[in-house]
Design a protein around this ligand. Structure first.
Ligand code: NDP
Length: 328
């Protein structure tokens, strides 16, 4: 198993007195900046827009243009959307990355797929929370922690791992445990969830709704039964909390018997084969090249698919059910 590090393995004081610049003040940026400051570190914020600047100021941070924040800091945390990172890095961060500094990402994507080439002489590390920004802050305040994947891509100072662990502890993650992977592994796992597990699950959900509607059940009943009641989401939460089989004990014997005897019927080797193909496209870099070309072309396919979402039957079923049950 890859090594997992906990609070006792990490020392936030290693970064005491060194300036940490959080670039971007969105989902992760705000949560991580607040956590690092509450952990005793000197945090400044680098942003471009007025609205975000005001929010960071209202939270009590010294706020600078991105280029200046990167120049002032020893550790630069890159917390803006992955698709804009390469350009912002080249134009605004690179000039300030002198020898001995540390560049910390929350996603391995750009480095793993070589969309960004960091200069020699700096540390390049990863602290990628497996948690949305709001959860990063909430779990820090509750002293609960959350898992993260960490990695050291370039260790110019010899202190790359120490710095990574200090950041991971500063944002509150080592309380739960952080696993040492590579940038590529983190990026590939993340894309696999988005491109294989998520869509496969989405298709199963659509098939289930369609099966019930075709059999004559009211669409609103199917939607509530399968998704809008939150019952299934609750069970997924319990799987994460208690484990796959232990959570089954929360269900009736009828439910357990029916689910265990029928589950084998859904074992479809084609699903695994498709997942392997999707993973292969991710690992070979084919997906990253496709997405880069799409971004450079101005997102024609992306925008077309987004339009199609509005006319997909589930959009209407969702609206009807929400109205009927006064949800949202
Ligand atoms: P957000 O979309 O919340 O980032 C918003 C911030 O990025 C804002 O401050 C925004 O500034 C700034 N920004 C956007 N575009 C630009 C630009 N062109 N130039 C300068 N600043 C810009 O990002 P996330 O917090 O969701 O993601 C940040 C990183 O964290 C990513 O690497 C992501 O993969 C990773 N991550 C995200 C998770 C999540 O829960 N969302 C979970 C784990 C990792 P402005 O106000 O000026 O637009």
């Amino acid at each position: 198993m890859a090594r997992v590090y906990y609070d006792n393995d990490a020392d936030v004081d290693f970064l005491k007195g060194k300036t940490v610049a959080v670039i971007g003040y969105g989902n992760q940026g705000r949560a991580q900046a607040l956590n690092l400051r509450d952990s005793g570190l000197k945090v400044i914020v680098g942003v471009r827009a007025d609205e975000t600047r005001e929010q960071a100021r209202a939270d009590g941070f010294a706020v600078f243009p991105i280029e200046e924040a990167a120049r002032k800091a020893r550790v630069v945390m890159f917390l803006i959307p992955d698709e804009v990172v390469p350009e912002v890095f080249r134009a605004q961060v690179l000039p300030g990355m002198s020898h001995g500094k540390c560049l910390c990402f929350a996603s391995g994507y750009n480095v793993a797929f070589k969309l960004l080439e960091p200069p020699k002489g700096i540390d390049v590390v990863l602290v990628a929370p497996r948690m949305i920004g709001a959860g990063v802050r909430q779990r820090y305040l509750e002293a609960k922690g959350f898992p993260s994947f960490i990695a050291v891509h370039q260790d110019a100072t010899g202190n790359g791992l120490k710095t990574t662990l200090a950041i991971a502890k500063g944002i509150g993650s080592t309380r739960r445990g952080v696993m040492l992977l590579t940038f590529a592994q983190e990026a590939e796992l993340d894309l696999f969830t988005e491109q294989a597990f998520g869509p496969a699950f989405g298709q199963v959900l659509l098939s289930a709704i369609q099966t019930l509607v075709d059999a004559g059940y009211p669409v609103e009943a199917a939607m509530v039964e399968l998704i809008l009641s939150g019952e299934f989401a609750y069970s997924m939460g319990k799987i994460a909390e208690m484990g796959f089989f232990p959570q089954m004990e929360l269900h009736s014997h009828t439910s357990q018997y029916g689910s265990m005897t029928r589950s084998v019927r859904f074992m479809d080797p084609k699903t695994s084969e498709t997942m392997r193909q999707v993973l292969q496209e991710i690992r070979s870099g084919a997906f990253a090249r496709e997405w880069d070309a799409e971004l450079k072309a101005g997102l024609p396919v992306f925008n077309q698919i987004r339009e199609m979402r509005n006319v997909h039957p589930i959009a209407e079923w969702d609206r009807k059910t929400r109205n009927a049950f006064r949800i949202g």
